[in-house]
Design a protein around this ligand. Structure first.
Ligand SMILES: *Cc1c(COP(=O)(O)O)cnc(C)c1O
Length: 355
């Protein structure tokens, strides 16, 4: 851990916590009191600072804004009735953050900086962690290029910043998805496996079109043939048919989700046959037609476990059964909720205790 003397801390004068409408948190619009800021100059990460959350100052010429050298992460802190605070598998996010950095030609964070900064910030703002069902403190680490230079080349200076938001679930209720037959989120050889800011900007237009038609999210297909399922833009997708749990295999166009990994591990623990492989749209449609697709859900930190009730493909809607009858989804979802709050045996030692 970074000793406190190694962090330069400036606390807020007066907390804004009294102004929060706790029954209307939504997702990502309320911000806790503090943020972490770490500057990178001349090949060195400087002393981490904690500052009151608020606007930052930089030039309009920074390369993050023009050429998209920007990456992020998303994880959550949970609090239980005893006031204990946990973050779920943060070292997985730390590793993924450095992989994203490498792909985007950004400097890696030194060992410990990611997790220690989160620990410091969450400890300071722990009163902002809501305890209600489905609620948590969303943690958003990110890094962006800040050279004041209008030329396309890797920046020489960066900011690593973390802020937090008390949130509710991203999706409330069942999800309707559209299998995308035309547009592409990520191509082979591209940046789909990195949490790179540009991936999300590029997905906005097709996603908005799907939303205008009444679908919550897109189920992306491969860029070359649009025949194989990939993932949804903020969550991986997982299916069950009988005793088989299956999901698209990882590749450089699919984000290696911590939730996906955890679901697959638990499915194995619980005796399911787990398959990570190519899944064609036609296989999925056949299963739907035969009534053999028993469950389908999105898996992600923000989305948690989001049951998919309706799937649109080429103008035809396919419906799954009533999601309240799904055994796997309805077992794993509350199991995760308890596990992440530290009230379920943590057999894989996934929880990182903060308080
Ligand atoms: C963040 C993200 C996910 C989910 O990853 P988790 O580690 O489970 O939160 C899935 N797909 C994409 C594209 C993402 O950005």
């Amino acid at each position: 851990m970074i000793a406190n003397k190694m962090m330069d801390i400036e606390k807020i004068d007066k907390s804004r916590i009294d102004q929060v409408e706790w029954d209307n948190l939504g997702f990502g619009k309320v911000f806790a009191d503090h943020m972490v800021v770490v500057e990178y100059h001349n090949g060195q990460w400087e002393t981490p600072k904690v500052r009151p959350y608020g606007p930052m100052h930089f030039s309009p010429a920074i390369s993050a804004l023009h050429y998209g050298q920007a990456i992020f992460e998303g994880l959550k802190a949970f609090k239980n009735d005893d006031g204990e605070v946990f973050v779920f598998r943060p070292e997985k996010n730390a590793i993924r953050f450095n992989k994203s950095a490498e792909r985007m030609c950004m400097p890696p964070l030194p060992d410990g900086l990611f997790v220690d900064s989160i620990r410091q910030l969450v400890e300071m703002d722990h009163e902002w962690i809501p305890k209600g069902e489905g609620e948590s403190l969303y943690i958003r680490p990110h890094m962006f290029a800040i050279d004041e230079y209008v030329g396309v080349r890797p920046s020489e200076s960066y900011l690593f910043v973390i802020f937090t938001c008390p949130v509710n679930r991203y999706y409330t209720g069942e999800v309707k998805v559209k299998i995308e037959p035309k547009y592409t989120r990520a191509a082979k050889g591209g940046t789909g496996h990195a949490k790179a800011a540009g991936n999300y900007g590029a997905a906005l237009w097709p996603t908005k079109t799907a939303q205008d038609d009444g679908y919550n999210a897109i189920l992306w297909t491969d860029a070359q043939t649009h025949e194989y399922l990939e993932e949804s833009g903020t969550m991986n997708v997982i299916f069950r048919s009988g005793n088989k749990i299956f999901t698209p295999e990882l590749s450089d166009s699919i984000l290696d989700g911590v939730t996906r990994d955890s679901v697959l591990q638990l499915a194995k623990d619980w005796g399911f046959e787990v398959e990570e492989r190519k899944i064609s749209v036609f296989e999925l449609i056949d299963l739907l037609r035969e009534g053999k697709l028993d469950e389908a859900f999105g898996a992600g930190t923000a989305a948690t476990i989001a049951p998919i009730r309706t799937i649109l493909y080429q103008g035809v809607e396919y419906h799954l059964t009533d999601t309240t009858t799904w055994p796997f989804t309805n077992k794993i979802s509350p199991y995760f909720d308890r596990l992440k709050r530290g009230v379920e045996a943590d057999s894989h030692q996934w929880n990182f205790r903060i308080l």
